[in-house]
Design a protein around this ligand. Structure first.
Ligand code: G6P
Ligand code: MN
Length: 439
């Protein structure tokens, strides 16, 4: 049986143990020959590598492990690249969240000015990865979780149209699982229709196996304050629950659709700012919790010489990315949400906009499902957000201050061009070591 060389870019991330466990659970279709943890942070990835080495020793002793900061080594001979990079790390995420809040604007890692700053750091890094994939492993499949996903997909698809890639996000699947559990249904038996951009979309239908649309039932459930059925996942924690609870509010205001949770930042900006402490944001919380706990656990296991009793195990996040690889390898269709160039899928949006819709993944890649014309409200929001996304890519690639300013001014979270300029100048200062120069 063929065995595969899989590389994880951002291999030092806290998500790595979950992803590797999911890969090992799929060894019937995705047996590994070689696993590479690639990271720019040698120390972090060495600790993670120590944990993964023990995991492989106990569960898959024939797999060769390479821990490296060198892309040529990591990519040569590679079949799959799972990309989950975070350019600038969590300390820069904290600034992405805190700087906008100081201006009274939403502070979030992927939405608004924070997402913009993150994009300007990540685009050059993603494109450097793409150049080296093209050089060393042009036939590899790239499955990407890195953020901001739509903006990175835009830059990527324009530069590397020939590479085999899928840009995915786990928020839609998490929401769909939550919806299914709340309705007392099995997720696999429901057929969802979703349309939007990444972290910016809506479910229009949720069909049961008899073809009945369950959206009205879900609406009634949410609006009558009945409890949501949460499930075991890294998202089900104190920081995320208010976000899921806020689905009731968007449902009440816009009852035709179930909104993606991330729309809270665009629709309820003041409320979101009001809940935040500009000195201690989600990034700080992640650094004080997940980051510390995962690395402490890695070190504990390394000292004990075993991962046998470790809590670092497979979950929705790891299983979801592996399900895409499984579909590619088995040619068994997997229905999922993907971020792909529009090309007529959504009427009224540019052909090259990266849209997030359902599609079917097989060995031939993704076949995305078009959704026909949209109501003014959704279409206009998407056109505006997509223009922001494309201007962000152009600002990064052309080094254009003018386009950066236009992008931020267009973003719905930013109230005026004056605020956009003040924000841009502060973000520029904070990102001097990361952004391409803007003129
Ligand atoms: C969801 C989103 C990801 C995002 C993550 C942040 O999974 O789909 O794109 O990176 O949430 O979660 P965190 O726990 O780091 O705030
Ligand atoms: Mn996401």
């Amino acid at each position: 049986m063929q065995r595969y060389h899989l590389t994880i870019a951002g291999g030092g991330a806290t998500y790595t143990p979950g992803i590797v466990n999911s890969i090992l659970n799929a060894s019937d279709v995705l047996p590994l020959r070689k696993l590479v943890l690639l990271d720019t942070d040698a120390e972090r990835v060495a600790t993670m590598g120590g944990f993964i080495r023990l995991l492989l020793k106990e569960k898959a002793p024939t797999v060769e492990l390479l821990v490296t900061t060198d892309r040529r080594q990591a990519f040569t001979g590679m079949d799959f690249l799972f990309a989950q990079i975070r350019s600038g790390g969590l300390p820069m995420r904290a600034l992405d969240e805190q700087i906008p809040l100081r201006h009274g604007v939403v502070g979030q890692e992927t939405c608004g000015p924070g997402g913009f700053a993150f994009a300007l750091r990540s685009i050059p890094d993603m494109l450097a990865i793409g150049e080296d994939v093209r050089r060393y492993a042009p036939n590899a499949w790239i499955l990407n979780y890195s953020n901001p996903a739509a903006i990175l997909a835009d830059a990527w698809h324009k530069r590397f149209p020939e590479l085999k890639s899928l840009f995915i996000c786990d928020m839609p699947i998490v929401i769909e699982l939550l919806v299914a559990a709340t309705l007392g249904q099995r997720h696999g038996e429901l057929a969802f229709e979703y349309v939007g951009l990444n972290h910016f979309g809506w479910w229009r239908h949720i069909w049961d196996p008899q073809g009945q649309d369950l959206l009205p039932q879900l609406r009634a459930h949410l609006l009558s304050d009945k409890p949501l059925t949460l499930f075991e996942d890294e998202h089900v924690n104190a920081d995320w629950i208010p976000t899921f609870e806020r689905l009731r509010k968007s449902m009440g205001l816009f009852p035709e659709f179930l909104s993606n949770t991330y729309l809270q930042y665009y629709l309820f900006g003041e409320e979101m700012v009001g809940h935040e402490d500009p000195h201690y944001t989600r990034a700080n919380r992640v650094m004080d919790t997940r980051e510390k706990e995962v690395f402490a656990e890695c070190r504990r296991c390394i000292a004990a010489g075993s991962v046998a009793d470790s809590f670092l195990s497979a979950g929705v996040h790891g299983d979801f990315i592996v399900d895409h690889a499984r579909a590619i390898l088995t040619n068994r269709p997997f229905r999922t949400t993907v971020n792909v160039p529009n090309r007529g899928l959504v009427a009224g949006l540019p052909e090259d906009a990266i849209v997030e819709v359902h599609g079917q993944v097989t060995a031939h890649g993704v076949e995305a499902f078009g959704v026909g014309p949209l109501p003014h409200f959704q279409r206009a929001l998407m056109v505006q957000q997509n223009a922001y996304e494309q201007l962000t890519v152009e600002a990064a690639l052309e080094g254009s201050y003018a386009k950066a300013l236009q992008a931020l001014t267009l973003n719905r979270t930013v109230p005026s061009a004056d605020v956009a300029k003040a924000l841009l100048d502060d973000l520029l200062e904070a990102n001097r070591d990361y952004w391409p120069p803007l003129r």
